[in-house]
Design a protein. Structure first.
Length: 205
């Protein structure tokens, strides 16, 4: 490769890493999508009343569609706006006081889970053609189990004063819904990638 070709590749790579106005617009749109999903009334479960909501669907979708960095930024923006006082957490809650509730671990986990799902989605897109939907589902489930459920259990242990066994059992109630929501997130993500490959597919290849 000539020096000119190498310089061109470096400039192209730098351009891809730099967020454009389109990237910022996508981050804002997906942050709004996560906020909108929180408006749908949740279903409180267990003694602590942590609700089952549609937020985990849009969190995973943000990562699977936007990738790690922009997915983290979109969901992080949603969380920051909620901390700042906008009533966009489940049940119309807002403010830093949410960090003292049993739901705190789940909320803190959302941007991290979007980033993890986005990173794994990039790996899947680069390395697979067959069974891509199945691999994306595995990426979403791994991110959900390790990060959302892991930090969710920790939050219930700290703020709900539960031991690990009771917090783990309380968290199990969220698994059936998360499986269904991750399936739906993958179906939507695949459709978006097919219709608009520039959003992520061409960025990671």
């Amino acid at each position: 490769m000539s020096n000119t070709d190498a310089a061109t590749v470096q400039r192209t790579t730098a351009t891809r890493k730099r967020w454009t106005a389109t990237d910022l617009g996508l981050i804002a749109v997906f942050a709004a999508l996560v906020a909108a999903s929180a408006i749908v009334p949740g279903i409180p479960v267990g003694a602590l009343g942590v609700p089952i909501t549609l937020v985990t669907l849009t969190v995973m979708l943000s990562g699977l569609v936007l990738g790690a960095g922009r997915g983290f930024a979109a969901v992080g923006l949603y969380v920051l706006l909620g901390f700042a006082g906008l009533p966009i957490f489940s049940g119309g809650r807002s403010g830093l006081g949410i960090l003292a509730t049993p739901s705190a671990g789940y909320i803190i986990a959302f941007p991290l889970a979007a980033a993890a799902a986005g990173y794994l989605a990039g790996v899947v897109i680069r390395r697979t053609v067959k069974y891509r939907g199945l691999w994306l589902f595995a990426a979403a489930m791994a991110s959900s189990i390790v990060i959302i459920h892991g930090l969710g259990i920790l939050g219930m242990m700290i703020n709900g004063k539960l031991n690990f066994g009771k917090a783990f059992i309380a968290d199990l109630a969220f698994y059936p819904g998360d499986i269904l929501k991750n399936v739906l997130a993958v179906v939507i993500a695949l459709a978006i990638h097919k219709a608009f490959p520039d959003v992520l597919v061409r960025r990671v290849k």
